[in-house]
Design a protein around this ligand. Sequence first.
Ligand SMILES: [Zn+2]
Ligand SMILES: [Zn+2]
Length: 291
Amino acid sequence: MDTLTAWLTKVRSLLAPALLHCLICGKTSRPAAGLHGICAGCEEAIPWIRQPRCQKCGRHVGCPDCSRSGQAVPIVCNRSAVAYTSVMREMLGQYKYRGNEQLAPLLGSMLDRAYIRLKAERERGQQGTAEIQKAESAFTGPFFPGIQSARNRRWQADLLVPVPVSESRFVERGFNQAERLADVLSGRRGIPQLPLLVRTHHTGKQSFKHRAERIADMKHAFAGNPDGAVLLQFEVWLETLGKRTRPLQIIIVDDIYTTGSTIRACAETIRTLCNDYGKVAEIYSLTWARS
Ligand SMILES: [Zn+2]
Ligand SMILES: [Zn+2]
């Protein structure tokens, strides 16, 4: 009997999930089922964006921004993993401002879910908005209706480009938060990443600015990376694609999408860079949170 009790206790302890020290709330608790490093309670509190209300910017609530300007947007769409609630703000703050770099794998795996959703959307071809269809018909042409669906059956991004941080921000934080997230996604999906962009000037803390100020500020904030080694990598990468005629599928990676001005400015720069090499690019953005 004693041996049976001992045996049962052992089996129970093997079956019961080990407790962990949660990266978010700091408590010792039952681990989450789907994410590493956090407790089940914190996992349940994550405000995933499963069905974006705005197909363009991936926002979870009604979105006046995308319909307001009426001007062409240089990205196909943005998708974000989570809504930027106060809990998520706290989490990003720990990662970004308090230099808790060990949160990168967690946030990166959350971003990966947004990638999986984007991939599924592209493959289903349910990107219904008129602008997107127009942008795509410009590449596939009205005479080749089959190309679009064949392409979408196995959609995959070709390249990840992280949003760069300024030199001073980099020194302050010790890492580029967007690049770390892109690293995780790159490792999980086998998609190469290249730091194609640099910041041209210090734009100041965006969080203290109004929408119009941010947009004006961002217009010329980015340029192609002048680093010869990076450009060489880019050229080698373009070579590996061979004579493929479909547009390059490029994803800009960042931690947060607020007004979209950063993403738009980055997309414009990438588009110009690709055009310089005679390539057409379809540009997306994946951001960890949508505010
Ligand atoms: Zn927790
Ligand atoms: Zn929108």
